[in-house]
Design a protein around this ligand. Structure first.
Ligand code: SF4
Length: 399
């Protein structure tokens, strides 16, 4: 942040035109600029919509995925002071016309970086809108804010990750704009910034280096495929997570970057552990395993509530002792009876009430699975003694 502010100060910047950058969201850059009287304008269409709505992104790739055309038209109406048809072309045309001046007037263009290439010092911007190219070429100063894990050694490596990113993020073979920028404008160049600064951000990432469980999270290329397939994300949406990064990757990344297991650590429970994220992830980060490890870490740090700890301790003791298990399953049948109506538990006491608020709970049967299994074994043994064939017909009858 300090580095960026010192560049802005040196250039007496008043207006910053921004390309899409989740890293800048991570460090709340807009907020810091606003505090210093510097206007930051988002030029990615989704981000621009969210800036007007004063909201944060709800998806890594499609930040305004939660907004429909009518909602966007209402925002533009408020901004322009005139009515808008909720038509994509009309809305995009308004944003395009509005943003054009910002590209031309901005003192600094700021972008994220999809990948940096170490062998040449190049940065790669991947986008389906032309704003990335405008922001990185029209203002006199271009500042790139890049997460430290975005560096690949060579162009050969870049080819691999670019292929994976486009396919996993949007199902394209190649995004509309893939820009590779190496240094500022050179003599003879028609366009480009006079100054190019690359700020490499750590912000908790290096803490994961060497960690046998979590280092792999640094392989993430932010394609959002894990969000798209996650049954939890698909139901609750990105804002429910209350963090910059949402979905399975957000649930793992946020507590690690913030080193906060108390608040952010609860995100590890926002998962059914179905493993769909792992299946979809192009770099095969075992997010579901990491979520279990985060839960374990939270328990080990004694950050779970006392009733929860007691409940799970009792649960473990019961499952570790067959006599206790039998006793518990038998007595559970009788304990539930006062709550049962028409064969169902429709309203349970806390913490069960959280479940029964929205659905019924089936009553526990009188005979447990173990009882039924034992009976079945006895029945089979009896049949064998009686000489019954496997399909249940008697041998004599078959003959
Ligand atoms: S964890 Fe995998 S699927 Fe999710 S954003 Fe990162 S690379 Fe994509």
């Amino acid at each position: 942040m300090k580095t960026f502010l010192s560049i802005a100060e040196r250039h007496k910047a008043k207006l910053v035109a921004k390309g899409k950058s989740m890293v800048s969201e991570e460090i709340h850059l807009n907020h810091h600029l606003e505090e210093r009287g510097i206007e930051a304008i988002e030029t990615d269409l989704g981000e621009y919509i969210l800036q007007l709505a004063r909201e944060t992104p709800s998806h890594l790739i499609i930040p305004a995925i939660h907004k429909n055309k009518s909602q966007i038209a209402a925002l533009f109406e408020e901004d322009a002071g005139r009515p808008f048809e909720p038509e994509t072309k009309v809305l995009a045309a308004y944003a395009r016309q509005k943003l054009r001046n910002y590209f031309l007037e901005a003192d600094i263009g700021l972008t994220g970086c999809n990948f940096g290439v170490a062998e040449s010092g190049s940065i790669t911007l991947v986008s389906n809108e032309g704003n990335g190219r405008m922001v990185s070429t029209l203002p006199k100063v271009h500042v790139v804010v890049m997460g430290m894990e975005r560096l690949v050694p060579t162009f050969e490596d870049l080819e691999v990750v670019l292929n994976m990113l486009a396919r996993s993020a949007t199902g394209q073979k190649l995004t509309t704009y893939t820009s590779i920028l190496t240094g500022p404008k050179q003599e003879g160049d028609l366009d480009g910034p006079e100054e190019l600064h690359v700020i490499i951000l750590d912000n908790g990432r290096s803490n994961q280096l060497g960690d046998p469980i979590f280092q792999e999270v640094l392989n993430c290329i932010r394609c959002a495929a894990c969000l798209n397939v996650c049954p939890v994300y698909r139901h609750v949406g990105g804002h429910t997570y209350g963090t910059v990064y949402s979905g399975p990757i957000g649930a793992v990344l946020t507590p690690l970057l913030q080193q906060d297991m108390k608040e952010a650590g609860t995100l590890a429970y926002a998962s059914s552990l179905c493993g769909a994220c792992y299946e979809a992830c192009p770099v095969k980060i075992p997010l579901h395993d990491m979520l279990v490890h985060l839960r374990h870490r939270k328990v080990k740090m004694k950050l779970t509530s006392l009733p929860e700890r007691i409940a799970f301790k009792s649960y473990a003791t019961m499952f570790g002792n067959i006599t206790l298990y039998k006793l518990a399953t038998r007595s559970a049948y009788y304990a539930q009876l006062p709550l049962v109506r028409e064969g169902k538990i429709k309203s349970g006491p806390p913490p069960l009430s959280g479940w029964t608020q929205s659905r019924f709970m089936p009553m526990l049967p009188k005979r447990s699975f173990r009882d039924r299994w034992a009976e079945l074994q006895q029945e089979l043994a009896q049949r064998k003694t009686d000489g019954a064939a496997p399909n249940g017909t008697r041998k004599e009858e078959k003959r």
